[in-house]
Design a protein around this ligand. Structure first.
Ligand code: ARG
Length: 286
């Protein structure tokens, strides 16, 4: 009897061990195909948390807008009041209102805006900034909001320079960090002289210290007919087509918000009204 029960116990023990082994195997086998699911669920949770954090991060009471103070007629200081005015200023205020967000405008030098947008220092940048492939590596842009281009301008008495083809060996001024600076270096044999403020670039041409300037059509035109006092004239054709975009840090959810508002303002006539205020004509097809 004792022996019998001993064997029965051994048998029982073996069965239990075998069952354990099997069940362990079964568990681990089942666990493997299941584990990716488990991980996915976890990572979705994490993803949601991250998204919520990101949302909390970008949703602000007040968004900072970077712009410049010296780019007629897009952003410049009113000579009488000293107030920052211009097409970009009216547009960004209208866009903020349409999008239902609050903004605060900060001014700095143009090349600093480009750099600051790339580093995420500002939420929005509006500064007559041309959309370029190079900038798109570090900055997200809205849909285009203005068609511009580059032109050559010289002193009104200069008859030697008729177009961009006459610039070899000449000093040509422009603004630091602009698409024009790149253009002069890459497409002409001219000696580039880039200034932090575009008005310095123009004044050097007017004073005869430089031969020509290359910059954005609307700015050259506006300056030539206002502050420039008829001393600067445009020569030749528009050199390149450029489009201005509103800048955002890469991946900013604010881009779509502002972009939708821009579509609305283009459709409801507000954009065209602002355009007409600064350029004395309705934009094409609006
Ligand atoms: N469109 C040119 C660029 O993107 C010049 C813009 C200058 N804008 C300004 N606010 N200073 O380089």
């Amino acid at each position: 009897m004792r022996k019998k029960s001993y064997f029965a116990f051994l048998l029982f023990l073996m069965l239990v061990l075998a069952a354990c082994g099997t069940s362990e195997d079964t568990t681990s086998n089942e666990a493997e195909p299941e584990s990716p699911d488990v991980e996915e669920t976890e990572s979705t949770d994490e993803g949601q948390e991250e998204e919520e954090e990101a949302a909390a991060d970008w949703e602000k009471d007040v968004y900072t807008v970077a712009t410049d103070t010296n780019y007629v007629p897009f952003e410049f200081l009113d000579q009488d009041s000293g107030e920052l005015i211009g097409f970009d200023i009216d547009l960004i205020n209208a866009l903020a209102e349409e999008a239902g967000i609050n903004i605060e405008i900060e001014t700095l030098e143009f090349s600093g805006i480009v750099a600051g947008m790339g580093s995420g220092r500002f939420d929005i940048g509006i500064a007559g900034m041309t959309i370029t492939e190079e900038r798109k590596e570090n900055i997200d842009f809205s849909q285009p909001y203005y068609d511009a281009g580059l032109v050559v301008a010289v002193h009104v008495d200069n008859e030697d320079i008729q177009s961009v083809d006459d610039l070899a060996g000449k000093t040509v001024t422009t603004r630091v960090g602009s698409t024009s600076e790149t253009y002069i270096i890459e497409n002409t044999e001219a000696i580039p002289e880039a200034f932090p403020q575009i008005t310095e670039a123009y004044q050097n041409v007017i004073a005869g210290r430089a031969d020509a300037t290359i910059y954005d059509v609307p700015n050259v035109q506006y300056y030539a007919s206002t502050e420039g006092g008829g001393q600067l004239k445009i020569v030749g054709d528009t050199l390149t087509g450029e489009q201005y975009g509103i800048a955002f840090p890469k991946g900013s959810p604010l881009r779509d918000v502002i972009d939708d508002a821009l579509t609305t303002l283009k459709e409801n006539g507000t954009y065209a009204d602002i355009y007409e205020k600064w350029f004395n004509e309705r934009p094409d097809g609006m």
